[in-house]
Design a protein around this ligand. Structure first.
Ligand SMILES: [Zn+2]
Length: 122
């Protein structure tokens, strides 16, 4: 079973390698922990919040300037507000506990369609 013995030298570093590996592992673990501490404030919220953020940003119903409408919900006064940051158009509506930004936005769109009666639909 040990036929290679004659040709190759027995690797003298074997023990060293083992040490090396566990040392590297330790270093890696340390690094990971350090990074966890460092990144905690940066990466974690960023990973979780985009979904929420996306849910409150919509495209303007009046012009094609992309996602410029922000929906806010005022739970104290039960008012939902959608505002386009570019053309300053805004829409207010009453909300309840189940209202989501998308509801406000789609309500606004519905209102716009009623007013404009599908003006120019490119
Ligand atoms: Zn706009």
């Amino acid at each position: 079973m040990r036929k290679r013995k004659s040709k190759a030298k027995p690797p003298p570093k074997k023990h060293m390698d083992k040490l090396d590996v566990s040392e590297r592992l330790l270093a890696l673990v340390k690094e990971v922990f350090e990074n966890m501490g460092k990144r905690k404030s940066m990466a974690k919220p960023l990973l979780k919040k985009p979904m929420n953020k996306l849910d409150t940003i919509f495209s303007c119903p009046f012009r094609n300037h992309g996602t410029s409408v922000e929906c806010r919900i005022d739970m104290k006064n039960l008012i939902g507000e959608a505002i386009c940051g570019i053309c300053q158009e805004s829409y207010n509506t009453t909300v309840n506990a189940l209202t989501e930004p998308i509801n406000i936005y789609s309500e606004w769109i519905g209102e716009c369609e009623q007013v404009n009666t599908v003006d120019d639909e490119a």
